[in-house]
Ligand binder design. Structure first.
Ligand SMILES: [Zn+2]
Length: 296
């Protein structure tokens, strides 16, 4: 399988949603913002299983940076963000890795396996923008977009009784999916995010930023910056996360729903230190021709 195709998937986690003095109206906001995952034939535990099996392949096929300081930083940040995610599940893994790639991108697999390309850290102006990308990916995970799409595709191929029966067996989730055949296999998980899913991931990402104390405008701002400033470095990013249509305006409309304006955090010395560390690393390898993001 072409690992680069896996980058099409977006996906997140954490355990303790801090019982953190959340004013009641924030709970109402969740209701109004309809943070509800769509139709899904998989259980959350199966999301993790599917994500784990795919992550093992990604780790073999993409150049993962093994820098302990960098990994500690992205995992600390990612897990802190995930702790504020709506619809979070204790099963989710919340594991964050950095891919040594010169393309701006990020993707997530079901169950909370999130990959951020090095170029994303380099292009982010501040911690809030990087947090925005990671919060958006977390949105794909908690809304279970990967297995939602897989469920829809499976149902289009086979009657519900058959699909449910296969998923109920104890063999590997990937082989279960492959049993549905027709050459679909893992491609079921590699469908591009729809604009509706992007909107929902934006809403969740913005919500997470707000709850975590970051400037909630940062996610949409970063996406817009990428679109305008780095179009040649991010074609796949923009394809994986298509602009659902006036992203900034939609986010601006959501923010007042979340609660009062706060003294939002935008940056940290830790982020700037990590960004410098990444910028000082040897250049990322040229992508191999076969793993070029020439994906449709
Ligand atoms: Zn997305």
């Amino acid at each position: 399988m072409n690992a680069s195709r896996l980058a099409v998937r977006c996906g997140l986690v954490a355990t303790a949603v801090l019982a953190w003095l959340q004013p009641a109206h924030l709970g109402d906001a969740v209701e109004r913002l309809s943070f509800k995952p769509g139709f899904n034939l998989f259980s959350p535990a199966q999301d993790v299983q599917v994500g784990k099996e795919n992550a093992a392949q990604v780790d073999k096929q993409l150049p993962i940076l093994r820098d302990p300081q960098l990994n500690r930083y992205v995992n600390d940040l990612g897990r802190r963000l995930a702790s504020f995610a709506p619809n979070n599940r204790s099963e989710y893994v919340w594991q964050f890795k950095v891919v040594n790639s010169r393309d701006i991108n990020a993707f997530a697999l079901p169950g909370g396996y999130i990959y951020v390309n090095r170029a994303t850290i380099e292009a982010a102006a501040n911690e809030a923008q990087l947090a925005g990308v990671m919060a958006h990916e977390s949105g794909h995970v908690v809304m279970r977009h990967g297995t939602h799409q897989a469920s829809q595709a499976m149902l289009a191929r086979a009657p519900l009784a058959i699909v449910s029966g296969i998923l109920g067996q104890s063999s590997s989730a990937v082989s279960q999916i492959a049993q549905l055949g027709g050459g679909l296999g893992l491609n079921l998980l590699l469908l591009r995010n729809s604009r509706a899913m992007e909107s929902q991931a934006d809403e969740v990402g913005t919500y997470i930023l707000y709850q975590a104390g970051y400037d909630p405008h940062a996610m949409a701002q970063f996406f817009e910056t990428v679109e305008k400033k780095y179009p040649s470095q991010a074609p796949q990013f923009l394809s994986d996360h298509p602009n659902p249509g006036n992203r900034i305006k939609a986010v601006d409309a959501e923010i007042p729903e979340l609660g009062p304006t706060k003294n939002w955090k935008t940056d940290s010395p830790e982020f700037q230190s990590i960004k410098q560390r990444v910028l000082a690393m040897p250049p990322a390898p040229q992508p191999r021709p076969q793993s070029q993001p020439g994906r449709q």
